[in-house]
Design a protein around this ligand. Structure first.
Ligand SMILES: C[S@@+](CC[C@H](N)C(=O)[O-])C[C@H]1O[C@@H](n2cnc3c(N)ncnc32)[C@H](O)[C@@H]1O
Length: 191
């Protein structure tokens, strides 16, 4: 018969192991699903690019800034820190990035930063006047008709690294930090 401290230890170790296994399974599932469906996988924007992303979006009072596929919410947190008076909405389909984003943004007011577990193809974008995306070009192409249909006139889309195949950006910002191959440019589109 195990002593009470041993039983407690066993429960703690067992629960931690189970949590780690579930985390691993869900992460793997997110990545496999993204690969099979040819979707953008969960990869955070590089730290070095964050200030430039915030500067390009330039959040102002009254803005509704959407991060489509918000990952772990790194950009939403930086945007909120830059201007807590705008509204930020993160849409994320993957279970692990969604839970991580919720956890990392838990100290931020819900009225300012909302994270929704949703498919961005199903999300109403009419309220957005600024959109940030870090998604493959073919996913951007699939989103383009939705952007044209739903975004209000004058809304901007800021895309990290990838561009639409058939639409020229209004502005390209080259990021000259010394990171790796990711986070090299921002393309700004006005709708
Ligand atoms: C490359 S990550 C970008 C994360 C974050 N925007 C950033 O810049 O750090 C792309 C994210 O989009 C999410 N995603 C892909 N397809 C999606 C969809 N249809 N609806 C919602 N999220 C999606 C993925 O789960 C992933 O977390």
């Amino acid at each position: 018969m195990l002593s009470v401290p041993d039983q407690v230890l066993l429960i703690v170790v067992g629960t931690t192991a189970l949590a780690l296994i579930l985390f691993f399974i869900f992460s793997l599932w997110d990545q496999i699903r993204a690969a099979v469906l040819n979707e953008a996988p969960f990869v955070s924007a590089p730290e070095e690019a964050i200030d430039d992303i915030v500067a390009a979006l330039d959040p102002q009072v009254g803005d509704a800034v959407y991060d489509l596929g918000c990952g772990d919410g790194i950009v939403l947190r930086a945007l909120h820190a830059a201007n807590p008076k705008a509204r930020y909405i993160g849409i994320e389909k993957g279970m692990i990035p969604f839970v991580t984003a919720k956890w990392r943004c838990k100290h931020l007011p819900r009225r300012a930063v909302k994270i929704r577990r949703d498919d961005f193809f199903e999300t109403d974008l009419c309220p957005a006047n600024k959109v940030y995306v870090y998604l493959y070009a073919h996913v951007l192409d699939m989103l383009l008709p939705k952007f044209k249909r739903e975004l209000p006139k004058g809304a901007i889309v800021v895309s990290l690294d990838y561009q639409f195949s058939d639409r020229k950006p209004d502005k390209v910002i080259t990021l000259d930090h010394r990171g790796g191959a990711r986070g090299r440019r921002l393309s700004v589109y006005r709708f």
